[in-house]
Design a protein. Structure first.
Length: 227
């Protein structure tokens, strides 16, 4: 496993859990607004030793009860499935953040009951998905397969869209809503420029725009929230 970082405590990233966050390196998307750009493009050696990570989990048993795995794209890692099984065997609940481009691995984990919570990014409407992911083209059917797997099999889940003024407009949220129609919850996250993004010169939508987008999505999903 290529582990690029460890946040030893979070009360926010894994709902209803006291958790740690482990960051994996590498991603098959290049979203211009990604705030983890160093993780996305860095396939070099990890900075967290895998055995040291599991020693940390053993030492924190009883004080932590969950592990949130994010990236980068965790499912891109060749050893992600046994890695998650090992976390489960250590007695921890697992939350997975994913871009939805690896439905086969996602299915393996869901069928095994190895995931307690899945958070999947929905980048944009189908027509603008590739550009928003920083690619010339992509296979949108993989996104749909992952979405369907999550809605049918995940014990708990969320979909989320990072909203960027340069990439999203009002009409896009009808396409996003149609993609996740019938979902339990969808979060809209306002883009934040923290200086480490893949592309410069991007900006956040206004509060009024976010509220309008949330209202559109509310016709498609049960619950919409703004982060």
């Amino acid at each position: 496993m290529l582990l690029k970082g460890l946040n030893k405590l979070t009360l926010l990233d894994f709902p209803d859990r006291i958790a740690c966050i482990v960051f994996t390196g590498g991603c098959d998307f290049r979203c211009p607004f990604c705030h983890n750009a160093a993780l996305v493009t860095d396939f070099d050696d990890g900075v967290v030793d895998e055995e040291e990570f599991f020693a940390f989990l053993k030492a924190r048993k009883g004080r932590l009860d969950g592990v949130a795995i994010t990236g980068g794209e965790p499912l891109l890692q060749p050893d992600i499935v046994p890695f998650i099984y090992r976390i489960r065997d250590a007695g921890y609940a697992v939350k997975l953040d994913t871009n939805g481009y690896h439905p086969d691995k996602l299915k393996t984990l869901l069928d095994a009951g190895a995931l307690d919570y899945v958070a999947m990014d929905i980048k944009n409407s189908p027509e603008k998905y590739a550009a928003t992911a920083g690619l010339k083209e992509l296979d949108f059917s993989l996104i749909l397969r992952s979405k369907d797997l999550i809605m049918s099999s995940a014990p708990d889940y969320e979909f989320r869209t990072t909203v960027v003024k340069e990439f999203h407009c009002r009409e896009d949220f009808y396409g996003i809503g149609d993609t996740v129609k019938g979902a339990k919850v969808h979060y809209l996250q306002r883009f934040r420029d923290e200086g480490g993004n893949i592309a410069a010169g991007l900006s956040a939508p206004s509060e009024q725009e976010l509220n309008e987008y949330a209202l559109i999505l509310s016709d498609f999903v049960e619950s919409v929230h703004i982060r």
